[in-house]
Design a binder for this molecule. Structure first.
Ligand code: MLT
Length: 409
């Protein structure tokens, strides 16, 4: 028989959200007495902004003409979208990026999963714990994480984020090479201020480490002292790669469009000690393995930066933040300690009565027909915690929190 990548055989269970979906399907098959309300995976529910659908229609019409038809997109993305991102997301904040440092892609999930290919097999990887499982699983599948001991991967450096450190990881005690950070954080909803993030940039500089910074939720930030981009921090352009997404801002979870910034100053070295730019490596990787995001989708994304697009997206973010406030109020009235929900669409809380995460998941599903995400699925320090998303509809959020209240009061 063909020899396979044995790392797949080492993976414990299913991908987190596949396991959640499986359990919900099994419950659904039993014919529950109430509608199942989903506040599990962070999938948006509001329809696309009108500015985006108008642009999608117009671009589709263009594609139906011989003069407007386009085949393969440029490897790195269309100039009109790269320029809109460069101006609106960076120049407007005083961050100067070159167009060649921005790569359009089909999602922060795929880019955060694929980026590890640029690094050597023996790179020491640190992850906050709990963490978005894609960072861990992608390193495990590539064989960099060692073996799974039933709770942890032996070669990963876990940085616990608990109530004692306000869910913000402490700097690693040992030297690490790759540092995954996500702020506003998925799953805890915690945020880092500029000074705290500066500590990480300084660590990376002192230790020749690279920060892989997932900023997919930055549209939810309200506080002035919280950076929207890691490049607001001095020196970050030498040591950080940033991942951003239109999924959670303009509702592109099904449309798929994102961008990744790989500054030219971020360098690595080959086995033979030759210096190499990570920007050129990522460019090589993407042009070899990825054929670009659809033209019509890039047009829809660029429409987010029109005056009406900006306003519509702001309204969507405001709608979800109102949902977050409803969830926070429910937690407060139940006296359940929680974090998040102010600069983030996720509310993270301790499972009541000392229950473990999956037991609480099963209880909530079977007794209240409400779906959440068990904290243990995000790492060992997530055990005993639970996550609810603010991305549901208002009706679902209100009813689900009411059911939660009735179950736990
Ligand atoms: C989540 O629920 O953590 C996110 O939706 C996952 C994702 O964006 O892939």
């Amino acid at each position: 028989m063909i020899k396979v990548n044995s790392n797949y055989a080492k993976m414990p269970g299913n991908y987190l959200f596949a396991e959640v979906a499986k359990r919900v399907k099994q419950h659904e098959a039993k014919g529950p007495s109430q509608k199942i309300l989903r506040l599990g995976i962070g999938d948006v529910t509001l329809p696309l902004a009108a500015a985006c659908t108008n642009a999608l229609h117009a671009a589709t019409d263009e594609m139906a003409t011989s003069s407007g038809f386009r085949g393969y997109a440029p490897d790195q993305g269309y100039d009109f979208l790269i320029e809109a991102i460069r101006q609106n997301e960076y120049a407007a904040r005083g961050i100067d990026l070159d167009a060649s440092e921005i790569f359009i892609s089909d999602g922060a999930k795929s880019d955060t999963a694929n980026i590890q290919e640029l690094f050597s097999q023996d790179a020491i990887v640190s992850v906050p714990d709990p963490v978005y499982p894609v960072y861990v699983d992608s390193n495990a599948l590539s064989g960099r994480a060692g073996s799974y001991d039933g709770e942890r991967w032996t070669n990963l450096v876990y940085l616990p984020c608990t109530v004692d450190n306000d869910f913000l990881p402490d700097l690693p005690e040992q030297k690490v090479d790759l540092i995954y950070l996500c702020f506003p954080n998925n799953p805890t909803g915690a945020v880092m201020n500029r000074e705290q993030l500066k500590g990480w940039v300084d660590y990376a500089k002192e230790n020749n480490a690279i920060i892989l910074y997932d900023a997919a939720y930055r549209a939810y930030i309200t506080g002035d002292d919280i950076p929207r981009s890691i490049y607001e921090i001095e020196g970050a352009k030498d040591v950080a790669i940033e991942f951003c997404s239109f999924s959670k801002t303009a509702g592109f979870t099904g449309v798929r469009c994102s961008w990744t910034v790989v500054p030219k100053a971020v360098l690595g070295e080959t086995e033979t000690g030759q210096e190499i730019s990570l920007n050129s490596m990522w460019s090589r990787r993407q042009s070899t393995k990825f054929n670009g995001t659809a033209y019509i989708v890039q047009r829809a994304a660029a429409a987010i930066y029109t005056e009406e697009g900006k306003k519509q997206v702001q309204d969507m973010v405001g709608y979800y933040m109102h949902n977050a406030a409803i969830i926070r109020q429910a937690m407060a009235s139940l006296n359940i300690p929680f974090s998040g929900g102010t600069d983030s669409p996720y509310v993270w809380f301790r499972c009541p009565g000392g229950m473990d995460s999956w037991s609480f998941f099963d209880k909530l599903l079977s007794e209240a027909n409400v779906v959440g995400t068990p904290g243990a699925g995000f790492g060992p320090s997530g055990e005993g915690y639970f996550r609810l998303t603010a991305f549901g509809s208002r009706e679902v959020t209100e009813e689900a929190t009411q059911r939660l209240f009735e179950l736990l009061k």
